[in-house]
Each structure stands twice: as structure tokens, then as C-alpha cells.
Design a protein around this ligand. Structure first.
Ligand code: PRX
Length: 635
């Protein structure tokens, strides 16, 4: 079966794009017809980008899991919905057909109900990449609870902040996680996050690593015990019928201000958008094995491991491990073993595998591959070529997909085999996506080959609706700079054929190995250390990670540099997670500031990049002498 909304020629793309701009409501209504609704919408769209207020499929009633599970459990019950490949290749893999997955989701939905979770409640999920993670999120969606997944690399403090911000009443975790050769404990981090007053009343714990964990009486319960209680009982499906604009989930992400914000996605528009983009960006054909290597803890996993593929009736391969375990051939072993047709990964992963040369690819049959996807950061020319030549054997088209947590789904990409791919360009907007480039005066750039700030002038169904508990923050972050536009925070260039090339962030957000980190978040942690007066964190290019963090720190008191380094690193580990630790820390006597006291980050960035002879104008600095000192002691 192919999909009625699948674009298979350049001409169709142009036609679809034109229609999506001229008649957006008709365009999206037609796509939305392909999903399971309990009641059709009364009105397709209502919007303004000033408040902002965006609503799609108004009055529509549905439960997203009926599109993701029930329809396929009926039409294609024995097709694998999820294939799970464990961290250890010697452990048995798991296949869950649509029929089996539906059953497991209903079972766990009953468990959630039995533990007091009601429609609208928030549930925090902190789990490894195991099928139960997908089951937990779908079970939340089944009963109308809002999930807030926290990536397993985050610290206890980060879990705590997120739980408090959205007032979660229940948490789901596991004893531990396997990642490469390591066993990482997860439950103790949740225990620490819940110390003192907490809105979380129950914790459901999955047994994964059989690590020793403490179970708090009255609060903590085992996943398997709860499921065992249901045996022999007739299951009453606790499905809730939801409004199209009810919240589906909250996902915290970093911005240019200190505190991560809870991006809110709602049900109807998100479902339609991510499924449409899944089918088109990967040119998915039913029966294809689709392998997205992202962790479900990030938006890529939400949209393109779970919801998008399942709503399309696809087979989604979920991988627990890392690309280099037990060796750097693991991705290719998986492609070979399952005859993967589509692989969707990050430039960071490609670059780290490039470093191992071609040996790990030898003897691996990659002939099943049709499409190679890339996401999360700009893919540099060398990585693009390596992927194209050595993985795709010059037969597969690359989809360099640009999007964000806030956009919900893919916005700009080549449609593989349909529209032309150009290395280092994300290329063309998806139908329904209306990008513009703005200059520094807030005017739209009409010329070609000029860089500007990438904004959107029209809503798309998968977009952010609010930031949880603070709508004003959403307005200020995304809709305030250029009134009437959604501001992405990325810079881009558009060529004379309308292809977009993403340059990277133009705000104080960094992208380290595809993980979004706000420089202010890290500075806040460094600045509260007793031994620190002030700090400034900037990014610099890193061969594998794309970007890495460079911190300039002014110390005070009797502390040695070694002690200060340890304190700072420990604090970042504890407050965010080890992935946010600066790669380089330079202790300085002063920071370059303007006379009004603003740190000149441009200069610090240049020094971090090693461009010390080309610092531009430093005459406006309060004390140009500090620049010399910083330059001379670069680390
Ligand atoms: O800077 C862009 C970069 O990742 C940011 C979004 O990060 P996050 O919300 O964590 O979502 C990542 C997965 C969608 C963007 O603002 N980015 C993402 N994809 C690309 C990209 N930069 C260049 N090219 C891409 N294909």
C-alpha cells in the first residue's frame, strides 16, 4: 500500500507545495482524512502569531493511539510495529507486531489508571531505549495523560526541575540502562529528584539491568508486578477521547535564557504533520524496515521513532545501544541483519564512525538501503560524501532534514529520489512550510545567496502551541523579535532555486553532538560556584561533536585551577549531565565587555575558534587589555 499523500515526482511536489500555500486549509484537511478521528473537525485552522494562538482541526475528536495502533492492529495485525535491537548483540532482539503492541499499550494504560493517573495529568518518563519506553508513552496518550520524557543522560537535578515545572504526579523509570560497555543506574537519579516535597506520588520501575535499587514503600512499584496483577482479568480499555488541541506531550529544551522550557505539542495537528513528513521525507513504503538511531528522549525519537512511523503503519527499528559497541560496525550489522531500507541518524554519529575508516563496513550487506537521513545539526561536506559513498554506495539519496523540538516535525528537506539533494543544503521546504529569511532590520530578504534569520510566516500543524505553564515565554522566545513571524533561532542562506542551507544557531544556543545546550544554562551553574566571579561560555567547532563548549572563567579566593576545574565539571554533571561539560576551560583575569557591561561574545567565540588575529573592532571595549591576556593564554 502506498499513501495517498505520498509525493513521488518533482511535479507533484510543486503542485502540492503550491496548493499548501494557496489553500492551506484544504491541503491539510485532505491529508488529515487519512487518520482515525472519532469526530471530524469543524474548522481546519485558526491562528495569529501575535499572542500567539494556533489551533488546527478545531472541534476534532480522536485518540492518537487509534491511528498509531488500532487501525493497523486491524488492517495489518502481524506486521512488526517495533523491532528492538538490544545494546548487547548477544541478547535476544524483540519484535512486537501491531496486534501485540496494542495489547501491551492497553495493559500498561490500565496500570497507569490503577495507579491514579487521570486524563490531563503529567507523567515523567526517564527510561532507557527499550520497547517499554514506547509502550509507556503510548499508554499515556491512550488515557489522555501528558508525557514529559527526560533523556536518560540528564542529571537528578534536571529531572527534578522538569517534574516541578509541569507538576508530574507519576514517574516511570527503570533500575538501570545499558549503554555500550557500561551499566548506568537510572532509579537512584529519580530517587534523588524526588527528595523533599514532590508532586510525584508513584514511581513505576521497569527491571532492565537487575541492578540493586531501593524501592520506597508506598511509592515505588515494579512494572512486572503491576502487569502480573492483571493476568486473568478481563482488560477494560481505558481509552479517552481527546480534543485535537489537547496536549499530547511536553518536551523540555534549551533556549538562550537560563531555564529549559517545556515545549508543548497537541494531538491532532502533530499527528497529521509528523506522519505526512515521515512518509515523504523518507519515501517510506509499507514493508520497509525503518531505523532511526535517535534516543526517544529527544524530539527526533518522539516524532520519528514512535508517533510518525506507527501512524504510518511502518516498522520502526529501535536500538538500545551506541554506534561503537561492541565495535564501530554496529549500525551496519543492524542494517545487514534486518535489511534496513531507511536509516536516519545524526552527523555526529557519522563523523565519529568516519574516524574508524572503512574497515567496519567491510563484509556488511548494505544493499537494502534506499534512503539515508540526517538530522540535528548541519552535515558538513566530508560527512555528507562519506555517508553517500560508503554507506549509500552512491545509490541512496540523502535527506538532510532541518527541524526543531518546537517545529514538531521536519520542515526543510530533500524528498529522496524526488527532489534533488545538494550536499550541505537541507534544500526545499515541505509542503505547508513557508520559510522567510529576515535581515537585521526585520525585513524579509528577497535576494538569493544572502544569509538571514530563518523564520516562518505561516503556521504548520505540528508547531509548538505554548511553553508549559508560561505562554508569555513562548511569545517572547519565538514570536516577539519579528512580530507576525515564528523565529527559529537559526541562520540560513537561500540560493536562486529556493534551496536552503542552514548555517547554525544565531542565538546563544549550542549544538553539541546534536544536543541542544543554552550557554546561559551552563554559565549559571559555573557562576554560582564559590570560587567563581563570572564566566562566559561560547561554542567552537569540533571535528566529531560539531560544536563544543569553551568556558572563560574568572576565579576568586584561594582555590587552585585544578580544584576549580573539578568543581565546575562536577557541578555541570550534577545540574545538567555530563554531555554539557565544557571541553575547554580557560581561567582569565577579566572578560571583554562593552562600556555598558555587555560581554562581547563575538570576540570570545573568535578566540575559542583560534582566529586570534582577526578579532574585528575591539575599540568599544571597556578594557581592550583583557583581550590580549585571553589570547595569550588560550587553551
Ligand atoms: O540549529 C538547528 C539544528 O538543531 C536545532 C534544533 O535542535 P533540537 O530542538 O534539539 O532538535 C533536533 C532534532 C530536530 C536547530 O535549531 N538542526 C537540526 N537539524 C538540522 C540542524 N542544523 C542544520 N541542519 C539540520 N538538518
Amino acid at each position: 500500500m502506498s499513501y495517498p499523500y505520498q509525493i513521488t515526482s518533482q511535479e507533484q511536489y510543486e503542485k502540492a507545495y503550491k496548493k499548501s500555500v494557496e489553500h492551506p486549509e484544504d491541503f491539510w484537511a485532505e491529508v488529515a482524512e487519512n487518520f482515525v478521528w472519532r469526530k471530524k473537525w469543524d474548522k481546519v485552522l485558526e491562528w495569529n502569531f501575535i499572542e500567539p494562538n494556533v489551533k488546527w482541526f478545531i472541534g476534532g475528536k480522536l485518540n492518537i493511539t487509534e491511528s498509531c495502533l488500532d487501525q493497523w492492529a486491524e488492517k495489518t495485525p502481524d506486521v512488526p510495529a517495533i523491532i528492538w535491537e538490544p545494546n548487547d548483540p548477544n541478547e535476544k532482539s524483540i519484535t512486537l507486531t501491531y496486534k501485540e503492541l496494542l495489547h501491551k499499550v492497553i495493559e500498561f494504560a490500565v496500570v497507569l489508571k490503577n495507579n491514579g493517573v487521570k486524563k490531563g495529568d503529567r507523567v515523567c518518563i526517564y527510561m532507557p531505549m527499550v520497547p517499554e519506553l514506547a509502550i509507556a508513552m503510548l499508554a499515556c496518550a491512550r488515557i489522555g495523560a501528558i508525557h514529559s520524557i527526560v533523556f536518560g543522560g540528564f542529571s537528578a537535578k534536571s529531572i527534578r526541575d522538569r517534574i516541578l515545572d509541569s507538576q508530574c504526579s507519576l514517574a516511570i523509570t527503570s533500575d538501570g540502562a545499558y549503554r555500550g560497555g557500561k551499566t548506568i543506574l537510572l532509579k537512584p537519579a529519580v530517587d534523588e529528584a524526588l527528595e523533599g516535597d514532590s508532586p510525584v506520588k508513584k514511581v513505576i520501575v521497569l527491571q532492565r539491568t537487575h541492578s540493586d535499587v531501593t524501592m520506597k514503600e508506598g511509592r515505588d512499584i515494579w512494572w512486572h508486578d503491576e502487569i502480573a496483577k492483571l493476568k486473568g482479568q478481563e482488560l477494560k480499555d481505558p481509552l479517552e477521547i481527546m480534543d485535537a488541541e489537547d496536549m499530547l506531550y511536553i518536551l523540555y529544551t534549551s533556549g538562550s535564557t537560563g531555564k529549559p522550557k517545556g515545549v508543548v505539542h497537541t494531538i491532532g495537528g502533530y499527528m497529521v504533520y509528523i506522519t505526512y513528513t515521515f512518509v515523504n521525507a523518507f519515501q517510506y513504503q509499507q514493508g520497509d524496515i525503518y531505523f532511526c538511531t535517535a534516543d526517544i528522549g529527544w524530539v527526533t525519537g518522539h516524532s520519528y521513532v514512535v508517533y510518525g512511523p506507527l501512524a504510518a503503519g511502518a516498522t520502526s527499528l529501535m536500538f538500545e545501544g551506541i554506534p561503537t559497541y561492541p565495535d564501530a560496525g554496529r549500525f551496519w550489522d543492524i542494517v545487514d541483519k534486518y535489511k534496513v531500507a531507511v536509516i536516519y541518524t545524526a552527523p555526529t554519529a557519522i563523523r565519529s564512525l568516519m574516524a574508524y575508516g572503512l574497515e567496519p563496513l567491510k563484509g556488511k550487506d548494505l544493499s537494502s538501503l534506499k534512503v539515508l537521513g540526517s538530522v540535528g545539526e548541519p552535515i558538513n561536506y566530508e560527512a555528507w560524501q562519506w555517508y553517500y559513498e560508503n554507506v549509500g554506495k552512491k545509490r541512496c539519496s540523502i535527506a538532510d532534514t532541518w527541524w526543531q523540538t518546537e517545529t514538531g516535525g521536519i520542515m526543510i528537506t530533500t524528498l529522496p529520489g524526488v527532489t534533488p539533494a545538494i550536499p550541505t543544503f537541507a534544500t526545499l521546504p515541505m509542503p505547508g512550510v513557508q520559510p522567510v529569511l529576515m535581515n537585521e532590520h526585520g525585513h524579509q530578504i528577497t535576494e538569493s545567496n544572502v544569509t538571514g534569520k530563518l523564520c516562518m510566516k505561516f503556521p504548520w500543524p505540528g508547531m509548538i502551541r505554548t511553553t508549559y505553564g508560561d505562554h508569555e515565554r513562548c511569545r517572547l522566545n519565538y514570536f516577539n523579535t519579528y512580530p507576525g513571524y515564528y523565529v527559529s533561532g537559526d541562520g540560513a542562506l537561500r540560493d536562486d532555486k529556493g534551496n536552503y542551507r542552514i548555517i547554525g544557531r544565531v542565538d546563544d544556543v549550542l549544538n553539541v553532538s546534536g544536543h541542544r545546550i543554552g550557554t546561559a544554562e551552563v554559565e549559571n551553574i559555573i557562576n554560582v560556584q564559590d570560587c567563581v566571579v563570572e564566566s562566559a561560555v561560547v561554542g567552537y567547532p569540533h571535528e566529531i561533536k560539531g560544536q563544543a563548549l569553551y568556558a572563560y572563567v574568572i576565579l576568586v579566593g584561594e582555590v587552585t585551577q585544578e580544584e576549580a576545574l573539578k568543581k565546575i565539571n562536577d557541578a555541570v554533571n550534577k545540574e545538567i549531565g555530563h554531555f554539557a561539560r565544557p571541553d575547554k576551560i580557560q581561567f582569565v583575569k577579566g572578560l571583554p565587555k562593552t562600556r555598558s557591561g555587555k560581554i562581547m561574545r563575538r570576540i570570545l567565540r573568535k578566540i575559542a575558534e583560534g582566529e586570534i588575529d582577526n578579532l574585528g573592532d575591539t575599540t568599544t571595549l571597556l578594557d581592550p587589555g583583557v583581550v590580549e591576556e585571553i589570547k595569550n593564554h588560550r587553551v
